[in-house]
Design a binder for this molecule. Structure first.
Ligand SMILES: [Ca+2]
Ligand SMILES: [Ca+2]
Length: 496
């Protein structure tokens, strides 16, 4: 009797465990660049975790240090991880003479800024991030402080170039110009390579972010990247283009760049999402190209004011505008990068992060982050636009046997749309990941209904009626308990 029962229950359990192992194996698949989602923060403006390094702090002056540090970031790693971000990009951490977001006042390339903490504290931060499988990428400035020792050293005059109107000096509101490193000079190029290699060896960071890469000779980049990739072949090297640069990702990939951030794309994103009812057709025109899946997408950048500021200036409610923007960033090809504080729709210029703000948008990002980390179709999948009308867009991402179906309503009105079965195949069900919506085929269509400025991500599954695996598991568990109970009862009876 018992053997007969086991004969029925065991296969059911085997199916269950084989399935569970399959899920586990997919999770173990090595993360690639396209799977990343980046949280960009400025250490000084994030979280003050150590008051002992608040040497000259003035939170009322936006050009002064605000007190944030490595220990603060470390204490908030869980917060970043809960939102699903896989990589943290840190604004310049090299020692500055005075506060500078871009590194325009770099004093010493071999020391972390003393307001942020010690090298050991930075190493601790990287280690703790790695424990959570979060990668750490740092900004590498190619400018020096106007008071850097090289500037007055007659032997070092070929190491830098002083140009009028460097963008960096506007930020500090100073009349001085930050010298740019002269990358045509072999000694300077070698110096930068050495610094970059040193930080990799010492701290085990996972990537570098460079600005205005199109302004620097290709020969420098190929030399540098070759040297630092010999240290870590999986190193992420991301370049931000200057505003007017033309994009040719293939060239940059050939040099060794992992990805690019293109300000003209950022501008398009801002224009499409700042207010509702803009057609998304132009925005998604290039998104289907293979190159797009390598690019970073962001609504923010050094040449722009915070996107939330723009939303407010356009008399829109930030939460409403961020939802469709974030859905777009997290579900179209390319790697999303979010500026710290966007999750609470913070305004101003590099304000201090507020951890007590309304969590509505944070919870929304958590859902997007979970979806992105769970379904490779959302990060690696092919993109197909199924429908677009003045801001209401429907598209799919397909990877291997998995299809994600995204309905993004960037209009102010509720949208009811019928997606014919020939676009998706018949007998499917669409399982919503954001609002737990469920859609089934009705008279040859999949009927969608999405409120204004809302969106839903669906996973497309075959509609078998009942899910057999669930049925088996639900039946099997009580049976196993019954058998165990019976067995123990029998043994007790025999022994007694
Ligand atoms: Ca501090
Ligand atoms: Ca300093």
């Amino acid at each position: 009797m018992l053997r007969k029962w086991m004969g029925m229950v065991l296969p059911a359990f085997l199916i269950f465990f084989v399935n569970a192992t399959a899920v586990f194996a997919t999770e173990e698949t090595k993360r690639v660049w396209q799977d990343e989602s980046i949280y960009y923060l400025i250490v000084d403006r994030f979280y003050n975790g150590d008051l002992s390094n608040d040497f000259t702090v003035n939170t009322k002056d936006k050009l002064s240090y605000h007190g944030g540090d490595f220990q603060g970031v470390r204490q908030k790693l869980d917060y970043i991880q809960t939102m699903g971000f896989t990589t943290i990009r840190l604004g310049v951490i090299f020692d500055q003479r005075a506060y500078s977001r871009s590194g325009a006042d770099t004093k010493d390339f071999y020391h972390p800024e003393e307001h942020y903490g010690t090298l050991n504290e930075f190493k601790q931060l990287v280690k703790e991030a790695h424990k959570r499988e979060i990668k750490v990428m740092i900004d590498f400035p190619l400018t020096i402080s106007p008071k850097h020792p090289w500037v007055k050293d007659p032997e070092k005059q070929n190491r830098f170039i002083i140009e009028d109107g460097n963008e960096s000096n506007q930020e500090n509101n100073q009349s001085v110009t930050s010298p740019k490193l002269n990358m045509n000079d072999p000694e300077t190029a070698q110096y930068v390579s050495k610094v970059a290699k040193w930080w990799l060896q010492e701290t085990k960071i996972d990537g570098y972010f460079f600005s205005q890469v199109d302004q620097i000779p290709e020969a420098f980049w190929s030399g540098l990247i070759k040297k630092i990739k010999s240290e870590n072949k999986d190193l992420y090297i991301v370049g931000e283009l200057s505003e007017k640069a033309s994009v040719n990702l293939r060239d940059y990939k050939n040099i060794g760049f992992t990805s690019l951030l293109v300000p003209s794309t950022t501008l398009k994103l801002r224009e499409s999402f700042k207010t509702p009812n803009h057609s998304l057709t132009k925005l998604v025109q290039d998104v289907g190209k293979i190159e797009s899946s390598y690019l970073i997408k962001s609504t923010d950048g050094p040449s722009f004011s915070r996107f939330t500021n723009d939303i407010v200036a356009a008399n829109q409610f930030p939460g409403d505008r961020w939802e469709p923007s974030l859905t777009y960033l997290f579900t179209t090809p390319g790697v999303p990068m979010i500026d710290y504080g966007s999750e609470i729709a913070i305004t101003g210029d590099d304000p201090m992060m507020d951890f007590r703000a309304d969590p509505d948008l944070i919870e929304f990002i958590e859902k997007l982050g979970r979806a992105r980390n769970q379904y490779l179709s959302l990060t690696r999948g092919d993109f197909t636009l199924l429908y677009e009308n003045e801001g209401m867009a429907v598209y799919t991402r397909s990877y291997k046997n998995e299809t994600a179906f995204i309905a993004l309503n960037n209009t102010s009105e509720k949208q009811e749309i019928l997606i014919p079965t020939d676009k998706l195949g018949s007998k499917k069900q669409l399982i919503g990941l954001v609002n737990n919506d469920l859609i089934k085929e009705q008279n040859g269509n999949y009927p969608l209904s999405i409120n204004g400025e809302e969106s839903e991500i669906y996973i497309v599954r075959d509609d078998h009626g009942l899910n057999m695996l669930n049925v088996i598991v639900i039946i099997a568990i009580p049976i196993v308990f019954l058998i165990l109970y019976f067995y123990i009862w029998k043994r007790g009876k025999n022994n007694g």
